[in-house]
Design a protein around this ligand. Structure first.
Ligand code: ATP
Ligand code: MG
Length: 583
């Protein structure tokens, strides 16, 4: 048991403690969801700084998202105090940006280089490709090529023209943030030596999702024998569509020989049945066949509920009704009898609830229903923030009014007003889009104070999920990809249907590799849940404008009746008129 003498490692179990206090040199932590990987490496950094006299400025922690970086930073401040300010906690992209700012001359950039936003990028691509259609195709092609994929001569030439056109505008793009630093570090011995000397202790969370360029960056920063701690779970590798390759995880011990492997086997997150269900669901496709994953605590074991709704609207209604019940009907009027369920909702609030889905378009029905019921929501995908409809309008407007003084949130509101004033014919949908975009940007948080440049940078670097506010009193609506690393007492995974999980476009047959990744995605979704996991599907669903019968997701097959409770359709509601008067 923990005691004061354990210092900063007191909050860890013996296995976690062994990992956190491991000797210098490379280290690989392989462990399933909820086993405290992120917690362990966070404590390891605090331990190094507080108890092993490692200078904080020599520590670099790389996380998958800005949001994760912030959370880790906060945690480190709590554990290590003011010295935490000297730690570097970054994503690959924000680390790369800092490197380029510090060494812009070596990269052939001027001191005031900027980041291309979506509209400029599109403009340049169109210029290079000839027309809009070709520009789209070229964009995907270039991105793939620059992440290390094979390149033919035409692509290489287009890439060259594209880069030249960007540089003429004094701009770099998102991929450049890793590509350029890799090029610099690989070719400049002096710079490489300086970085190796500066960052002697490196930690990478979610290592199963690094791509080739990120891997090459790490190889430069951390030679064999370096103090590199990689943490991850191959069964949670879900970003191969962006070029991530779980192969880098699997060969870690070849790349950093002598790295001990530490396994963590106790899951602190989920109730027993949820954990059992998740392990059963991943088993047919697991990349860690000898995995042990056991419940650590004595969380009450709620069965996983499975519900089949008639269509996506009924599915959304089920979600709303279940939430109503969980909240004890206290925060909005119960939709049926007004009865308050007695079964231990134990102080669940909106922030404890997440609704997860495979595709962003599924969020529509859920969002509409929750909003209709007066429930507060925050919706985030894993896509870049700058790709969200409405955000580009705001960005352009913000760039036009730099002279006006005011905090960033104030300016965002002005920008929203200005955009709307310039669109007198805006339909309701457009107006809502602009308002939603402005709200989305608020946490980003307010964080930037008066610094508009920083705000711009963060916006261009961020994914929507980075703007998730963990303190907001709202239900989270997230894509499964965006939910990575997060946890919620109550989780709904909607759309558990063949064709959505695994995802399949009409007419297309997915490859085996794709199905394996879809299974991992389902596993990630299930393992976000702490106490309540609800899996739902719609027997009929409209996709791409066509309504079709669906079949249950094959991933549901092995769950087992012992841990599953099938929930019937909710009792008939009152008539709509009565309902509305209740709301
Ligand atoms: P994922 O694979 O989803 O990223 P993870 O392995 O990184 O999960 P964490 O998020 O670090 O897991 O931890 C999961 C939850 O368990 C967190 O709420 C964490 O605080 C808690 N936890 C981890 N270890 C312990 C411990 N030793 N004692 C109490 N709680 C713990
Ligand atoms: Mg984690």
């Amino acid at each position: 048991q923990a005691n004061a003498a354990d210092g900063v490692l007191a909050g860890l179990d013996p296995d976690q403690r062994a990992a956190a206090s491991a000797e210098a040199g490379p280290l690989l932590i392989v462990a399933g969801p909820g086993t405290g990987k992120t917690r362990t490496v966070t404590h390891r950094i605090a331990h190094l700084v507080l108890e092993r006299q490692v200078p904080a400025r020599e520590c670099l922690a790389i996380t998958f998202t800005r949001r994760a970086a912030e959370e880790m930073t906060e945690r480190l401040h709590a554990l290590a105090g003011p010295t935490a300010a000297e730690l570097t906690v970054a994503t690959f992209h924000s680390f790369g940006l800092q490197l380029l700012r510090d060494h812009h001359d070596k990269a052939g950039l001027s001191a005031d280089f900027g980041l291309a936003d979506a509209s400029v990028q599109h403009e340049v691509l169109t210029e290079v490709a000839g027309d809009e259609r070709a520009a789209k195709a070229l964009r995907a092609e270039l991105s793939r090529a620059r992440r290390g994929g094979d390149t033919d001569e035409d692509t290489a030439a287009a890439l060259h023209r594209y880069t030249t056109a960007l540089r003429e505008r004094n701009l770099i793009d998102f991929d450049d943030l890793v590509v350029l630093p890799v090029r610099l570090l690989e070719s400049d011995d002096e710079l490489r030596a300086a970085y190796r000397d500066r960052f002697r202790w490196i930690t990478v969370d979610e290592y199963q999702d690094v791509d080739e360029m990120q891997y090459r960056l790490l190889r430069q920063l951390a030679p064999a024998g370096a103090n590199l701690t990689a943490v991850g779970d191959p069964d949670q590798a879900i970003y191969s569509f962006r070029g991530a390759d779980v192969g880098f995880f699997l060969r870690f011990q070849q790349d950093w020989p002598q790295a001990p492997v530490v396994q963590l086997t106790r899951n602190y997150r989920s109730g027993r049945h949820i954990l059992d269900g998740a392990v059963r669901a991943i088993r047919p496709g697991t990349l860690v066949p000898d995995r042990v994953l056991l419940p650590a605590g004595d969380r009450p074991a709620q069965r996983i509920t499975v519900h089949e709704a008639t269509d996506e609207h009924a599915e959304a209604a089920f979600v709303a009704r279940s939430i109503d019940r969980l909240l004890g009907g206290a925060s909005f009027h119960s939709l049926d009898s007004g009865r308050v369920d007695g079964d231990g909702h134990g102080g669940i609030g909106f922030a404890d609830i997440a609704v997860l889905y495979r595709t962003d378009s599924q969020s529509r029905a859920v969002l509409d229903e929750l909003v209709r019921c007066g429930l507060p929501v925050q919706k985030r995908s894993h896509d870049p923030l700058s790709a969200r409809p409405g955000v580009d309008h705001l960005m352009r407007e913000l760039a036009l009014v730099p002279a006006r003084k005011g905090s960033v949130p104030e300016r965002v509101r002005w920008a929203a007003d200005a955009v709307l004033a310039a669109m007198p014919d805006a339909v309701q949908e457009q107006t809502a889009e602009i308002h939603a975009a402005a709200e989305l940007l608020m946490p980003l948080a307010q964080r930037c104070g008066d610094d508009v440049q920083r705000f711009r940078r963060e916006l261009l670097l961020g994914a929507e999920v980075d703007a998730l506010d963990p303190r907001a009193d709202a239900i989270s609506l997230l894509t499964l990809h965006a939910a990575k690393g997060l946890e919620f007492p109550v989780v709904f995974v909607v759309g558990c249907e063949d064709g959505l999980l695994p995802l399949r476009w009409p007419g297309a047959t997915p490859e085996n590799d794709d199905i394996a990744e879809e299974r991992r995605l389902f596993f990630v979704g299930m393992t976000r849940a702490q106490d309540h996991l609800h899996l739902t599907r719609a027997a009929r669903r409209t996709r791409h404008g066509t309504e079709r019968d669906t079949r249950p997701s094959p991933f549901l097959e092995g769950l087992g009746e012992d841990i599953v409770e099938r929930i019937a359709a909710p009792a008939r509601r009152r008539t709509r008129a009565t309902q509305l008067s209740l709301l």
